[in-house]
Structure formats: C-alpha cells, structure tokens
Design a protein around this ligand. Sequence first.
Ligand code: NDP
Ligand code: 8X3
Length: 251
Amino acid sequence: MKTAFITGTTSGFGRAFALRLAQLGYNLVITGRRKERLDELSAQIKKNFSVEVLPLNFDVRDKKACESAINSLPEKFQQIDLLVNNAGLAAGASPFDESDLDDFERMLDTNVKGLLYITKLIIPDMIKRQAGHIVNISSIAGIEVYPNGHVYCASKHAVNAITKGMRMDLVKYGIRVSSISPGMVETEFSIVRYHGDENKAKAVYKGLVPLSADDIADALEFIVTRPPHVMINDIQINPAQQANTYISHRK
Ligand code: NDP
Ligand code: 8X3
C-alpha cells in the first residue's frame, strides 16, 4: 500500500484530496493547524476506508515543528510515496500600496517557505528509494498576475519556478514532480483572504459556478493514477465561466 503526506487537510482541497486518496487505497498522513478538524477527518476516513491515517497538527511556517513532525513519523508512515504540498492561502486583495506587510509575510512563509521545509524533509527517503511523486498546488495566479494580486501571485509564481526546478533536479532519482493550477474554487480560501468577511468572500463567486474541491481532487486522481512512465507536469483548470484571472462571464 502506498502512503501519501498531504499538507492543509483541515479544509478545501486538502480535505478532498485526503478523502479521494483514501478511496484510492493510500495510507495517509494528514496535516494542518486545526486539530479538531484533523481528528474529525481522521475518524471519518477510518470509518469509511480500510487505510491507516496519521493526523499531525503543526504550522508549516514553523521549521522546527516541520522537522519534529516528519523526523518522528512512526515506522509504518516513514516511506512517503506521494507528497501533496497544498497548505496555502491568500491574505488580502488590496492595491499593493494599501496592503499589509504582515499579510505578505504570511503568504510567502506559508506558500513558499512551508513548501520548501516540507519537501526538503521528505525527499531524502524518496532519493534513497529512487521513487516518489510530489504534487505542488499552484494556481492560475502562478501564471498571470492580476490587480491587487501582487504578493499572492508572486508566491504562486515561486511555486511554479520551484516545481520546474525540482523536476529538473529530481528526474535523475526517478521522482516525478507535478502541479495543479486552478482558477476559482469555492472553499474557505476567500473567507481567509478577506480576513473572515463572508460577504466579500461570497461576492467572489457571484454569477458564476466556481469549481469545487472535488473537481481539484479529480485532477489529483488523474495525476497519481497514470502509469509509472507518465509524468503530468501541470494541470490548469478553471470554471467554464472564467477565461483567465480577470475575465469571467458572470450571469
Ligand atoms: P482553504 O482555506 O479551504 O484550505 C487551506 C488549507 O491550508 C487549510 O487546511 C489550512 O489548515 C492549511 N494551512 C494554511 N496555512 C497553514 C499553515 N501555516 N500551516 C499548516 N497548514 C496551513 O483553501 P483551499 O483549499 O482553497 O487552498 C488550498 C491550496 O490551493 C492553497 O495553496 C491555495 O493557494 C490553492 N489554490 C486555491 C484556489 C481557490 O480558488 N480556492 C485556486 C488555486 C489555488 P489550517 O488553517 O487548519 O492550518
Ligand atoms: C486562487 C485563484 O484567481 O484567486 O489561487 O488567484 S485566484
């Protein structure tokens, strides 16, 4: 049985990935900061699927916490076959000059540095085994910059550069590196982005049918179920009513 390590499973894509990978028969290490949600997801997976689940509660911005979580994995979870770097956020959507430096740091520390901490800790074993698959969750924001997107877009452009660089440097070890680049998906993403303002969050999806976390789990399933000789580099996926980061057809 294969084991997957997923960051950010307390909500949105990460939760949908955990349920989908459990359905595909993966043992799971599920992670995030909100412990009650991790415990609830763990119980749900154990009840419905015959897989092993290890919930690990830590902040990906905390390098020491990442080290102690990964370096103390119980033996049966030590061989990670699939790493899904999903934990991330946008904080704020104001013009650059009106935005908050703390928000910039939260995004860069989570979306970029957190991904680096986790990946560096997980790859030594993949290199030893000359096998493994890393899927980084990027965004349409990694492809195009949009007004008021500045640092969030920068963080996802960084994810894309890191993904391409990792692919070049890890190919010799038989490690596949993929990414998923979605447009608008209704999760808790916009609630977090607007600092808890649910009305502003709802307005993001007004007049269109956004993607769901399950649509993104479909993309992940496609990537991880290809035969070993196939590497999907990136899947770009938008709602049908969204052409790019700033052109949407709203009804
Ligand atoms: P959600 O807000 O629903 O989920 C985000 C997840 O990331 C939560 O489980 C959260 O867990 C976790 N997370 C955030 N910060 C940290 C942290 N410091 N340490 C550990 N875990 C953290 O958003 P989505 O599911 O939509 O987002 C998932 C990924 O998809 C992100 O990288 C996002 O940028 C990307 N994305 C989202 C799109 C969208 O439209 N929704 C489109 C394109 C990409 P907790 O708070 O419990 O720690
Ligand atoms: C989230 C999608 O368009 O808000 O990454 O940047 S978008």
